[in-house]
Design a protein around this ligand. Sequence first.
Ligand code: FDM
Length: 215
Amino acid sequence: SSTAHKPRGSFILFEGGDRCGKTTQSENLVKHLSSKGVDVALWKFPDRQTAIGQMINAYLQGKTETDDAAVHLLFSANRWEKRESMLAALSAGQTLVVDRYAYSGAAFTAAKGIPGLDLEWCKAPDKGLPAPDATIYLSMMPEAAAKRGGYGSERYEKEEMQRSVAQRFQDLRDATWHTLDAARSIEAVGSDVTRIAEAAIEACQEGKPLEHLWL
Ligand code: FDM
């Protein structure tokens, strides 16, 4: 069309288990897109800087014990409190590369197997949040991920939990989902990432509307 309006940015999400290479791939993608002149920013959830994020951080580091349902709602609130600035950035034309989001939220809590906290319950508080245009799921066997220098010391960084999380992620696959074999080299995974991200950005430039999660 001939409108002078700047096209919206694209919401590109990375999901996966711990040590699958999300951080490396998301940082490399941002560098690549910047070098091509794309207005892009890297976001990460949980955002541990906010008041809610600090409560989540203390929980993840084992400094506090918080009820599982309550902490789940904190993770969700940590996304809702960023919603406005997320929408503002996207509509100003900035592409957001995001490291974890609501799929992690649902997968990690549901993986605990607590009666009542099933996948539907876990998804409910995130309904209506901005949905990603592309979700890049970095798939890796927990055994292989653990060999990458071992898991860290935070809560959830255990092989058994990671196996359960991987199963829940499978239940969350949707139309935005791209599964990449993350056991390959950084370069091989990176070239698939670039292709998926550039297609997502192009679709947004051509007017693809922003969607909302799980309605
Ligand atoms: N995590 C992350 C959750 O349990 N729920 C959520 O909503 C999100 C976004 O927090 F174990 C878990 C996943 C991971 C931990 O993530 C911290 P990072 O990527 O290691 O900071």
